[in-house]
Design a binder for this molecule. Structure first.
Ligand code: ATP
Ligand code: MG
Length: 543
């Protein structure tokens, strides 16, 4: 079998040695926010690895932090995973295992491997030691088993205030790994849990709960990001000391970081709460719901995740690399259409008074979709920047006395410019070359430029929305996200669109010829074209 990364290499070896029979992974979000593009990497890894080896992948909600978790997030996470096209084997919650985790804690106490500690959080952290100095043992470390059992039961029964007592694993205060210096494994916390309500006033810590939950689900490979590498010895200690049936293995991989992009739920939540964006699904947000709303196809996101691969070294990916996959997918699959963003009226003086239908290719990459008709009349709109009175070298668009081809229609020549009272260009008077019809051009006229246009009589007014990144980058990097915020990231203006776009389904995506990829939606009967991703930067000119 061909492997694509070090995790697959490990799995192949384990399968060959018979250490593992069926690969079982899990995707473990904490339901404290919406999923973002970083989670997509983890989703593709967990679901993709299980699928590749004929195994299964669970959805596991890591809900050990009741004060920040909500059912709203649970539902949103499920929806986002389905959107990406993944199907979980079983869904579990850490809270489903609270009883088991509690029993495991009791067992540790009975084995003399855990103790109740009265030190405050600050005192515990102060006695932790440093990378070069060992920690100091807690004065409560040598309590008797029976006293520990009594105190822990009292913690469970609600006898102590939040933070008054904790349960700590008794490991080694001199361990070179700080995570093994008698870590806290249970704390007193009065918070209503979104699933267990007020049943518990003690909650297990992530490092204690996670390995037990992995084991209870039969997970074989617990894949997590690199910052948990130092926690692996504690993960293994819990697995070895709690008599669990299945022994899962933790493997770490590098997080996804992308330029101009925030990937922390905490900060994304702040953007939502501060009103800096319209919600978790704002099209500028790197959340999966935001990307979906933006019009990014799930396949493009998956192709991107596959291309960046899985490694053990953290790095930052250019956001343009992600955009490349969006463009790539839409280029193959999005219908073509025309809209003019800054309309300039053109009257074709020799065009007949009646309308004519031109053949327009739906998508040259999908020839099987064929052609559709677009209407053309005597008055059309072209893009303001496609006409120049003072054209620079290599300007192949329209100029006074010059020729240009209208996409899928005729060659026109500009004969006259009309100005408004302020001296601005108001209208062009052009003539068309009747023998130059696209597909049947016998005119013999060679033109280098092809421009898009819309028929004035049938076009509709539309609102165009373009987006910049939410975050400034490069020179700002390292600064706090709030200092990098780009407060001018939505640009809205009025244009003219083909009627076809007004009639299109809400949410359909198009390549607007020469403009970019846009999603159409309807805002109270008004056509809105919302940018998904730009076309590659094109030649710009100042008139
Ligand atoms: P955040 O800091 O955004 O809250 P998190 O790691 O706390 O992220 P979780 O809900 O705990 O979020 O993450 C679920 C899974 O997704 C974990 O396995 C986590 O490691 C993984 N994950 C989160 N962010 C990224 C990322 N940027 N790249 C790859 N995997 C990620
Ligand atoms: Mg987390």
């Amino acid at each position: 079998m061909e492997t694509n990364n070090f995790i697959e290499d490990i799995i192949v070896e384990e399968l060959e040695e018979g250490k593992v029979k069926t690969v079982h992974t899990r995707f473990p979000p904490e339901p404290n926010g919406y999923l973002h593009i970083g989670h997509a990497k983890s989703l593709c890894l967990n679901f993709g690895t299980a699928e590749k080896f004929g195994g299964v992948c669970n959805l596991f909600f890591d809900d050990t932090n009741p004060s920040k978790e909500k059912t709203e997030y649970v539902e949103a996470i499920k929806e986002d995973i389905k959107w990406l096209g993944f199907d979980w084997y079983e869904v579990h919650y850490a809270s489903d295992f609270f009883d088991v985790i509690y029993e495991k804690a009791i067992k540790l106490i009975e084995d003399g491997k855990a103790f109740v500690c009265d030190l405050s959080a600050e005192e515990i952290s102060a006695s932790r030691g440093t990378l070069t100095e060992p920690g100091k043992e807690s004065p409560y470390r040598n309590r008797s088993i029976s006293e520990n059992l009594r105190l822990f039961t009292e913690m469970h029964d609600g006898k102590y205030k939040d933070g008054e007592k904790v349960l700590r694993a008794k490991i080694d205060m001199a361990s070179p790994n700080i995570n093994l210096r008698d870590p806290v494994i249970y704390r007193v916390l009065r918070a209503t849990h979104h699933r267990t309500g007020d049943k518990w006033c003690i909650y297990p810590m992530y490092d204690f709960a996670h390995p037990i939950c992995d084991s209870m689900q039969g997970v074989t490979h617990s894949l997590c990001t690199l910052e948990f590498e130092d926690h692996r010895p504690l993960y293994n200690w819990v697995v070895e000391n709690t008599e669990v049936k299945h022994k899962p293995r933790q493997i770490e991989f590098a997080r996804l970081n992308i330029t101009n992009t925030v990937m922390s739920k905490r900060y994304l939540k702040k953007l939502v709460e501060d009103g800096a964006v319209t919600g978790w699904d704002d099209p500028r947000m790197p959340t999966l719901t935001g990307l979906r709303n933006r019009g990014v196809p799930a396949e493009a996101l998956k192709n991107f995740c596959e291309a960046i691969g899985i490694s053990k070294a953290n790095s930052e990916i250019e956001v343009s690399y992600f955009e490349h996959f969006i463009r790539d997918y839409l280029n193959l699959h999005a219908e073509r259409a025309m809209a003019v963003f800054e309309p300039l009226k053109v009257t074709i003086t020799n065009f007949p008074e009646k309308f004519e239908d031109e053949d327009f290719e739906i998508n040259p990459n999908e020839p099987e979709k064929g052609m559709r008709k677009i209407q053309m009349g005597k008055v059309i709109y072209i893009e303001r920047e496609d006409f120049s009175l003072d054209p620079p070298p290599k300007y192949f668009r329209l100029r006074l006395g010059g020729y240009v081809r209208l996409k899928n229609a005729y060659i026109i020549k500009c004969n006259e410019v009309k100005y408004d009272d302020n001296g601005a260009i108001a209208e062009l008077l052009c003539e068309y070359v009747p023998e130059s019809r696209s597909g049947n051009d016998t005119s013999g006229i060679k033109v280098k430029g092809v421009i898009h246009w819309v028929d004035a009589a049938s076009a509709v007014d539309c609102t165009i929305k373009k987006y910049d990144y939410l975050l400034n980058d490069a020179e700002y990097s390292g600064q706090d996200f709030s200092e990098r915020m780009n407060y001018d990231s939505v640009h809205e203006f009025k244009g003219k669109a083909e009627k076809y776009l007004a009639e299109a389904k809400d949410g359909d995506s198009f390549q607007l010829m020469r403009k970019g990829y846009y999603k159409k939606f309807d805002d109270n009967g008004k056509t809105v074209l919302s940018e998904i991703v730009s076309l590659k930067d094109s030649f710009k000119v100042n008139n």
